[in-house]
Design a protein around this ligand. Sequence first.
Ligand code: NAI
Length: 306
Amino acid sequence: MTIRFDDQVAIVTGAGGGLGRCHALELARRGAKVVVNDLGGARDGSGGSSEAAEAVVGEIEAAGGEAIANGANVADYEQVRAMVAAAVDKWGRVDVLVNNAGILRDKSFVKASLEDFQLVVDVHLMGSVNCTKAVWEVMREQKYGRIVMTTSSTGLYGNFGQANYGAAKLGVVGFMNTLHLEGQKYDIRVNCLAPVAATRMTEGLMPEEALALLQPEYVTPAVVFMVSPDAPSRQIISAGAGGYARVYLEETPGIWLAPDERDADHVAANWDRIADKTGAEEYQDGSGQSMKFLTRAAKELGIKTG
Ligand code: NAI
């Protein structure tokens, strides 16, 4: 076992069951002291109890590890702040944050209420923001931090009945992109996981035979890699059933239209060329896109730059 977290402190949200529990157990097995956070509610976010988090702490301790249970609601910044303060009081630092807590309120958009939409955004997107905000200063000061956001195929690609969840889940990808840039100087690395696993969240959504192949334990290695000392940054890794892949956000080279062609008819007539993936690029930040257009325009118009 070469990837180790000795003397490191990790917080895993929503770690009372499913994927979070597996992440917490594996980080502890590799030497991390772990805050096992879980509100302990139902799949739709209702109710709450500390039992699930305490049971996982029991499992970690039984295996010789160190952990504390925490019942903070990630959507409540004051509770999250207190959770991070408790970890720092006890162990002096926070090296790893795995934003994993989540709920579902599935309904087609036509039937969905704005209250459900808000709640899903509050837990997935604002929950990740709250936890990251609470550890950010600690990680900057210690000049070390590893953060994982949990995105989803729904955010990346869409799934019927999950408009609220998809919006929140792609939100964390945008959040990662900028945190990666702002954290670089302090060795804070931020990545995203897009998991596929049989948990209570996917109960009833897939046939039994498929669920049997999708043990949540198989996803955890991707998370452990993304929070390890040699982790990459600003990557989206998808994982499930023993498969591991990287998701890219790319943009085509596109076309340049002369001043007298810049209308919707020319865009429509050139749609195939605009969408042609040949030479597609992944930018390192938003200015990559601006520079592409400016460079092309300057070249076409014979304007010298730089
Ligand atoms: P799960 O329902 O077993 O685990 C989610 C955990 O988060 C639960 O233990 C729950 O009590 C906790 N939680 C919910 N709201 C909370 C809050 N406000 N504060 C603190 N804890 C809270 O589901 P699963 O599948 O393990 O999901 C983990 C993450 O993975 C979620 O973010 C989910 O959206 C994401 N995901 C899961 C996929 C899958 O195939 N299972 C697919 C794509 C994403």
